[in-house]
Design a protein around this ligand. Structure first.
Ligand code: FEO
Length: 396
């Protein structure tokens, strides 16, 4: 069912309450998501983005209840990824020839995915599309998060359609930021940033500065996932500015895997040492084989330091830690200290493997780490606590 944003703009997207994995199986979405599409009616009518392919028929059927499809003068594709373009083939079958406004890179991604020669109109930053009494202004936003991404700004109504930027995987019938649980909303917004946008933080900073310099009045930010920011919409822009500046809180996060609990016991003893040295710091422990990968990465994002542990297996690390090291390399976290630890029985390579992985991922490895032979006894656990105290001191 459509939701009216004001007298000329309606949300016509799809709330996906069932979604629990996104980007294939890569990303967890505990609160579902939505694929936001917007219908703007002035003297001309424009549809901004569509929905994911599995909902294409539903989307087109619902849209027909809102408007005669032939009254749609223009389509804007802010981004070509299938969760926003998936209904285009069905829609274009109904209204072939309708111009699709998008970036040059979006033409590549849309053609590459759908192999259709639609009526593309390539736009660049600053170009306007007149809707009669209002204009859409296009702002290219490459790498936020694909090279083809752009934002669209609706004059007079002062709405920024920001596509993935400022979005969250968060299903809610409330649809607006002032009506939903703030803790859930901000957790999902941070998780989205941490897991998708972190590698592009420099571009985030630059793009936000560029948009703010335009001095455009802003009444709403309408992303392509989750709720719409209508109450103080700049709050999420300010939050992004902070998150993009090598963000950290006073938190140290442990990420470890364990076979026979020796590495787990090391983690807990090291954590105890940290707490003895610094009562203020938040310390959180995650077994990477059991906790949700994307939740762990969100905790790493908000941390000033991480401790990563694994026993030695086949001269390397357990697979969940191997996967974690690969993930953090791609995400390019900045401004975080780190160290490795782990138990071993025979050869003991895990600590060096983890330290190398952390360094390659851009973490500041502040110690050689700690490895212990076999199951830690009282003396070994005391060494762990001392190691924790030293690590805490290096993080002050
Ligand atoms: Fe929500 Fe990059 O697609």
């Amino acid at each position: 069912m459509a939701i009216k944003l004001n007298n000329s703009v309606r949300w016509v997207g799809k709330i996906d309450w069932e979604l629990r994995r996104f980007h294939g199986e890569e990303l967890s979405t505990h609160h579902g998501s939505s694929y936001n599409s917007y219908l703007v009616q002035d003297q001309k009518t424009v549809l901004i983005d569509t929905v994911w392919g599995p909902f294409a028929q539903e989307f087109v059927n619902d849209l027909k209840r809102e408007i005669d499809l032939h009254q749609i003068d223009y389509i804007v594709a802010n981004h070509g990824e299938p969760d926003h373009s998936g209904a285009l083939p069905l829609l274009m079958h109904e209204i072939p020839g309708t111009p699709i406004y998008c970036t040059a890179n979006a033409v590549k991604s849309l053609k590459g995915q759908y192999h259709a020669d639609w009526n593309f109109k390539v736009v660049k930053t600053g170009e306007r599309l007149s809707l009669g009494t209002k204009d859409l202004i296009f702002i290219e936003a490459p790498m936020l998060h694909w090279p083809d991404t752009m934002f669209s700004y609706l004059t007079e109504d002062n709405i920024l359609f920001s596509n993935d930027g400022f979005g969250q995987h968060y299903a809610s019938h409330q649809m607006f930021n002032d009506l939903v649980n703030q803790e859930e909303l901000y957790y999902e917004a941070m998780k989205y940033y941490a897991n998708i946008l972190t590698p592009f933080s420099k571009m985030v900073t630059k793009k936000i500065a560029e948009i703010l310099a335009l001095n455009l009045p802003l009444e709403m930010i309408c992303p392509s996932h989750g709720i719409i920011w209508r109450q103080n919409p700049l709050q999420i822009v300010e939050r992004y500015q902070k998150w993009a500046q090598d963000y950290q809180e006073n938190q140290i996060t442990f990420v470890y895997d364990t076979m026979w609990n020796s590495t787990r016991r090391m983690a807990e003893a090291i954590a105890e040492g940290i707490k003895q040295a610094d009562r203020q710091v938040e310390v959180k422990l995650f077994n990477s084989a059991r906790a949700d990968k994307n939740d762990i990465l969100t905790e790493v994002f908000r941390s000033k330091a991480v401790l990563v542990g694994s026993p030695t297996v086949n001269k390397g690390v357990l697979s969940s830690i191997g996967s974690f090291l690969e993930e953090i390399k791609g995400l390019s976290f900045k401004n975080k200290k780190a160290a490795a630890f782990g138990a071993y029985g025979w050869s003991g390579e895990s600590m060096a493997t983890i330290s190398k992985g952390l360094s390659e991922a851009g973490f500041n490895v502040v110690s050689d780490g700690l490895r212990l032979l076999w199951n830690p006894d009282a003396e070994s656990l005391a060494r762990c606590a001392d190691f924790g105290k030293e690590f805490a001191a290096s993080c002050l």
